[in-house]
Design a protein around this ligand. Structure first.
Ligand code: PEP
Ligand code: MN
Length: 337
């Protein structure tokens, strides 16, 4: 159920309604919008007396939420929400490109890549320090040293840092260095991790699991929102199918389909979706044309020498060309880069 407050309802009225919600045994989650506040009251309302809420000062209406994921649903928040990463708002009119190597390999390549992607208009730097590798013998990442290098790259370029956290016990460590915590496909249903990233306030980039439905993705987001963090960006990165000409199968329809269900910003990862650098620009254009709020793209100074995911990493000239094309696509759908 949501309690829609009147536009401009003062903080004391919001607090009073929240107290009442808690008193009848439900949990209150306020969502502060630009025009008005709504409060999600979560829990079993069976047998509770809700008349008091409707009569509280500042309350416009009390409505049931039909969607199974309450806080991620459009029903609770009709306007798109925006997630601020440094000065950039994901979910606003601009399309945000996060770019960088799959994995932090060393200082030189990281800084070189950061400077280049920044010069081409990227709003954040990606790079894994902790890597969730399918094969335990594959390179596992530079771990805390990788985080330190990412922080150095931020100092050098001003770019926000997006990096993956793979376990709940490392959330404190990773959030000391990162601006955005990435929860990867392999961890989308790691509920302890979702709760842990929800209990801190850095934005979370939540990637769709490789066999997860959209509802499951939204339930995963719900765990983070319920834990107290409203700054969630969803990421479509393709799912596993019988098809093998691409690494995963990306449904572009996911973008507008999510838009019909959730207020959260949605971005697309064309690199893990396709596994092939030659396909990345076209898929990126399609994603932006379909309404994506951003992209997360792998870029490497020398893809053929990359320790991880070289085949899907763009080299610098390809990234530059793609960014020019993206600006035109964005403009065609009333967005900008
Ligand atoms: C990544 O972005 O580094 C990554 C491992 O992607 P995914 O979790 O989507 O496989
Ligand atoms: Mn990768």
């Amino acid at each position: 159920m949501i309690i829609v407050m009147k536009p401009g309802a003062p903080r004391e009225e919001i607090d009073r309604v929240m107290e009442k919600i808690e008193k009848i045994g439900l949990v209150a989650h306020p969502i502060f919008g630009a025009r008005r506040t709504v409060i999600a009251a979560i829990g079993d309302k069976h047998g509770r007396n809700l008349d008091d809420l409707q009569a509280s000062p500042g309350v416009e209406r009390v409505v049931p939420i039909l969607a199974p994921y309450k806080m991620a649903s459009l029903e609770v928040h009709e306007e798109k929400s925006t997630v601020k990463v440094d000065g950039f708002s994901f979910g606003g009119t601009r399309v945000g490109v996060i770019a960088g190597p799959c994995t932090v390999e060393n200082e030189e390549m990281l800084i070189e890549t950061a400077k280049f992607v920044k010069s081409q208009g990227a709003v954040a730097l990606r790079g894994g320090a902790f890597k969730p590798r399918t094969n335990p013998y594959s390179f596992q990442g530079l771990e805390e040293e990788g985080l330190r290098l990412l922080a150095r790259a931020r100092e050098e370029t001003g770019l926000a840092v997006v990096t993956e956290v793979i376990s709940a016990s490392q959330v404190d460590l990773v959030s000391k260095y990162a601006d955005v915590l990435q929860v990867g496909a392999r961890n989308m249903q790691n509920y302890l991790l979702l709760q842990a990233v929800g209990q801190q306030q850095k934005p979370v980039l939540l990637k769709r699991g490789m066999s997860a439905t959209l509802d499951e993705l939204l339930f995963a987001a719900e765990y983070i929102l319920m834990s107290g963090n409203q700054n969630v960006i969803l990421c479509e990165r393709g799912v596993r199918t019988f098809e093998d000409h691409t690494r995963n199968t990306l449904s572009i329809a996911t973008v507008p389909a999510l838009r019909e269900r959730t207020h959260l910003p949605v971005i697309v990862d064309p690199s893990h979706a396709t596994g092939r650098a030659s396909l990345v620009p076209s898929v990126s254009y399609a994603a932006v044309a379909a309404g994506a709020d951003g992209l997360i793209v792998e870029v490497h100074p020398h893809p053929d020498e990359a320790l991880v995911d070289g085949a899907q990493s763009l080299d610098f000239p390809s990234f530059q060309k793609m960014m020019r094309g993206l600006a035109r696509v964005a403009q065609a759908v009333d967005r900008s880069l």
